[in-house]
Design a protein around this ligand. Structure first.
Ligand SMILES: [Zn+2]
Length: 86
């Protein structure tokens, strides 16, 4: 069972990992090349963690799981991650 939300729903999890607002970071999808801020993607939250998908092609951009005290990030769906300086 999972809930589809917008990417802003992943903010809390991402904030625990990255020292800046990841919802404003731009991702370029490996599947279709679409670039979007993470806040404008689709987030699926469930017991195993968080899955962030491309809104255009449904490709999985980022998976975040918490396992035995570690965050595991699978970012193979992101071609480029753009983070604004400052
Ligand atoms: Zn895509």
């Amino acid at each position: 069972m999972e809930n589809k939300l917008d990417g802003n729903a992943a903010a809390g999890t991402l904030q625990a990992i990255f020292p800046f607002d990841m919802t404003l970071a731009q991702t370029t999808c490996t599947g279709c090349g679409t670039t979007n801020v993470i806040g404008a993607t689709a987030a699926y939250m469930h017991g195993m963690g968080t899955v962030i998908r491309c809104l255009s092609c449904d490709n999985v951009l980022i998976r975040v799981a918490q396992v035995r005290g570690y965050y595991l990030l699978d970012m193979r769906g992101v071609r480029v991650l753009q983070i604004k300086e400052g």
